[in-house]
Design a protein around this ligand. Structure first.
Ligand code: G3P
Ligand code: CA
Length: 356
């Protein structure tokens, strides 16, 4: 009897020790630049599910829990910023059925805002026109939105969700007029240096210019230079840090772990594009790998998966136990962690993973 109790106590002690060890191991700080929680950016909205760069797609992404929505920006003929990735309207809209070509093409810059507003954005790739369990708040959710309308949505959803929905606009043209309009719009809409705003561009000259312009205005929006690992390294991490806060890097580069470490050493955030894996188990493993390498943010086409991976990583960062009681409580936590499966969220397409 005594022996039995002794064995059981030994097992409990061993389990507690293992739990303590496991807890210490899990308490390693995140490898992000400041140990901060990585962010999830809705790449062109929830673009794997709904038509890209639409109010419907951005809203779905917010419902899935993203931190930022990403409008790529183009300028219309009459000088309005609209959310559109391509320089032309053909791939993502029904423009061909409504208009003849102009100057041999369908460039956004050859159409007025009024004309652009007559177009419908069509889904491409795995995107669809509906998502189960999701009803867009906008009455007309699949038009090309202006930058102002994207901001309206972000601000409305910030109010309704109680969490600040960040915006991550990309200047798609290396055009000083576009820089001015982006800054003017942000200022007019009440954004400040402490707002959740990143401005990004593949053009180093554009980011440098934005840095100089906003400094002159007394502003400090976070700036991100985009590119491949090669392009970024050719510009130079230290050089970029002189005028930007981070780099947005293609995740197709080699030696990504070393790249992230070197960028951090230069003081730069690292956001990766584009996470486009839709098979849940493979996607979760991919996010987990990049997060463990210290990636500070991910541009995702399937943001529910990115949020799930990020949240699981954060949940594993259990605090150091302060007492034996917490150690014992930790036993339950270890059991729960051990029992958790990286299950494919088979229900996600029925909308069951949408936040309230
Ligand atoms: O801006 C990051 C990422 O979106 C770059 O790719 O071509 O989708 O704008 P792209
Ligand atoms: Ca982009």
């Amino acid at each position: 009897m005594t022996s039995s109790i002794s064995r059981r106590l030994s097992r409990v002690a061993l389990a507690a020790t293992m739990t303590l060890s496991a807890t210490w191991a899990l308490s390693e700080p995140l490898a992000t630049l400041y140990g901060q929680t990585p962010i999830v950016i809705a790449h062109r909205g929830a673009s794997g599910y709904l038509a890209e760069h639409t109010l419907g797609g951005y809203e779905l992404a917010v419902k899935m829990g993203v931190d930022y929505i990403e409008p790529d920006l183009q300028l219309t003929k009459d000088g309005h910023l609209v959310a559109m990735h391509d320089t032309t309207l053909t791939r993502t809209t029904n423009v061909r059925s409504l208009f003849a070509p102009r100057n041999g093409s369908y460039r956004v810059s050859d159409f007025t805002l009024a004309e652009v507003k007559t177009l419908t954005v069509v889904p491409v790739g795995t995107a669809a026109t509906t998502y189960p369990g999701f009803t867009p708040g906008s009455a007309d959710p699949f038009r090309i939105p202006t930058f102002d309308e994207v901001i309206d949505l972000a601000q409305q959803l910030s109010a309704s969700t109680g969490r600040e929905i960040g915006i991550y606009p990309e200047a798609k043209q290396a055009d000083p007029a576009m820089e001015d309009k982006i800054l003017a719009t942000l200022i007019a809409r009440g954004y400040t240096s402490s707002s959740k705003v990143f401005i990004q561009s593949f053009s180093v000259a554009t980011i440098k210019s934005l840095h100089d312009k906003q400094t002159a205005l007394g502003l400090d929006f976070q700036l991100v230079v985009l590119g491949s690992t090669t392009a970024i390294l050719n510009t130079g991490l230290d050089a970029i840090h002189a005028f930007a806060d981070g780099v947005g890097v293609s995740i197709r580069g080699s030696n990504m772990e070393a790249f992230i470490g070197n960028a951090h050493a230069a003081g730069l955030l690292v956001h990766g594009y584009t996470f486009a894996e839709d098979e849940p188990v493979a996607a979760l493993a991919q996010y987990d790998q990049f997060f463990r390498w210290g990636m500070d943010g991910v541009f995702s086409n399937y943001p529910d998966l990115a949020v799930q991976a990020r949240d699981e990583l954060v949940a594993a960062q259990v605090p150091e136990p302060a007492s034996a009681w917490l150690v014992l409580l930790g036993l339950g936590g270890v059991a729960a962690l051990g029992g958790r499966r990286r299950s494919a969220p088979a229900a996600r397409r029925d909308g069951s993973l949408l936040a309230a």
